[in-house]
Design a protein around this ligand. Structure first.
Ligand SMILES: Nc1ncnc2c1ncn2[C@@H]1O[C@H](COP(=O)(O)OP(=O)(O)OP(=O)(O)O)[C@@H](O)[C@H]1O
Ligand SMILES: [Mg+2]
Length: 474
């Protein structure tokens, strides 16, 4: 290969790629349709005719073809007996029967599945999160079985094609980023890395090296510094919160500085932007679809599984059976908030879960630049106009901020350092733009030590630089 070196950041929400020559990295344009073309939304849409679309176009295709159309679902008998766990809490999944006596027992039942008869395509998002889930090995899409590695490789192979075109030759070697912890469970963590490696190989890469994403995010900054310093990198993306404390600098030349750099302590949490979106939906959106309403002569609460399905919008269509819709209509007629149950029915019948999730995420992003916003969705019977301010938002994510703080303290303990002994805090990743997150960092480390790296591309650029020094630091 020429003296071009490749770094790939396969992110939960966004992916990027960079090529480096002589230690200088250039981040590639991967998605011309995205507001920021260097950032490719990690989305995959597979159409019923087998066509595979990635990035912003995948989201657009899903909205154009799958949203706001009649959904016809059919129950099919899978014809196998499976064990269903019967817990104290109601479970709406098929293959599980609730014991009438409420005892925690396992019963064998016949598995059935709901399938959509006329689906024009399937959208996959946050595939990186699924890499760690051993129970999720793959899924059937229009009669063809796709392994999780294969789904991931579809996105990676399109990135590789772009890298090859830019390099003017096939690029076989790449440094891939990985979070400090795909999962807090070690075996899940290994599974995720192994699957990502297989996906990269399926995409055509031959030599793959993994490197911590937060370390990569500070490489570009750190190799330029000629004095020794201790840096903490905080990378908060869509799926993972990563912290890494390093000692850098001092040696002559960038390669030597990288070779002599030391990781003093790392920690991580598989919780970030996606989890924040879910919490915001629970608190602000569920009540707008009647989660606190009551119905019937006994004024019963509405079953909460209906709302959890809103979070799992990919499976929202499964609620769209004639039986459920009739039940929602009956519930609406006897509800103390009929217009909200009507809105819930629209959401289910028109398959509007994805546009709703996008609006919640967009409102969250708006709150990073304005102090007040409204979660707005006007469609059919849905009249969602829910105001939210920064203070309330900070309160909603309070527990997650606590967990993040604990994770930073864990890294400090691993490094054997007190907060004042860290010379600089480098932040990156979309979720680091949230003012409450920044405030937490300022409180612990003071404003003058915070340095923000490029939000979406610092990891890929750093990985490419690491790749270019690989032969010297190996
Ligand atoms: N201005 C903003 N304010 C708050 N959150 C934001 C903002 N911009 C993006 N985000 C959030 O940042 C996340 C995406 O960040 P990023 O692209 O760094 O993640 P990623 O690299 O794909 O994920 P990971 O590193 O966890 O695998 C999303 O949850 C998105 O909603
Ligand atoms: Mg990231």
């Amino acid at each position: 290969m020429s003296n071009l070196h490749c770094g790939i950041d396969f992110g939960t929400s966004n992916s990027s790629a960079a090529l480096a020559r002589d230690g200088n990295a250039r981040v590639l344009d991967l998605d011309p349709l995205n507001v920021n073309p260097t950032s490719l939304p990690s989305l995959l849409y597979i159409q019923d005719d087998g066509q595979q679309i990635i990035g912003r176009a995948a989201a657009d295709s899903f909205i154009k073809r799958n949203v706001d159309r009649e959904v016809i679902v059919k129950q099919v008998d899978l014809g196998v007996a499976i064990d269903g766990y019967v817990g104290g809490e109601g479970d709406n999944s098929y293959g599980v029967v609730q014991r009438k006596d409420g005892a925690d027992l396992t019963e064998a039942v016949f598995a059935r599945a709901l399938i959509e008869v006329n689906s024009p395509g399937r959208l996959f998002q946050s595939l990186k999160t699924s890499l760690r889930l051993k129970a999720f090995t793959g899924t059937e899409v229009f009669g063809r079985e796709y392994q999780i590695e294969e789904l991931t490789s579809i996105i990676l192979s399109k990135i590789k094609a772009r890298v090859d075109a830019e390099a003017g030759e096939p690029v076989d070697t790449a440094v891939f980023g990985r979070p400090v912890r795909f999962s807090t469970n070690e075996s899940e963590d290994k599974t995720a890395e192994r699957r990502l490696e297989t996906a990269a190989k399926l995409a055509g890469f031959k030599d793959i090296v993994f490197f911590y994403e937060p370390v990569a995010a500070c490489v570009e900054y750190a190799v330029k510094s000629d004095h020794k310093q201790r840096l903490m990198v905080v990378d908060i993306g869509g799926g993972t919160f990563d912290v890494c404390i390093m000692e850098f600098g001092g040696a002559q030349g960038a390669a030597a500085r990288l070779a002599e750099s030391k990781i003093l302590g790392v920690s991580g949490l598989p919780v970030a932007g996606d989890a924040i979106d879910r919490e915001m939906t629970r608190v602000k959106v569920f009540p707008c679809f009647g989660s606190e309403s009551r119905y019937g002569p006994s004024m019963l609460p509405v079953p909460q599984f209906l709302y959890n399905t809103i979070l799992d919008w990919q499976n929202l269509y499964k609620l769209n059976t004639e039986e459920n819709i009739n039940w929602l209509i009956a519930m609406q007629m006897s509800s103390d908030q009929p217009e909200l149950i009507r809105a819930l029915r629209s959401l289910v019948q028109r398959n509007y879960g994805y546009p709703l999730s996008r609006e919640v995420e967009a409102a969250k992003r708006r709150l990073s630049s304005v102090t007040e916003t409204t979660i707005d969705l006007e469609f059919e019977a849905i009249h969602l106009h829910e105001p939210i301010g920064r203070g309330e938002f900070a309160h909603i994510i309070e527990d997650m901020l606590e967990d993040m703080l604990d994770t930073m303290k864990e890294a400090e303990i691993a490094a054997g350092l007190k907060p004042h002994q860290i010379d600089g805090i480098l932040t990156t990743g979309g979720t680091s733009l949230i003012p409450a997150v920044r405030q937490m960092l300022v409180q612990r480390y003071s404003e003058d030590r915070l340095h923000h790296r490029d939000t979406f591309t610092s990891v890929a650029a750093g990985l490419a630089i690491v790749s270019s020094f690989m032969s010297e630091i190996a």
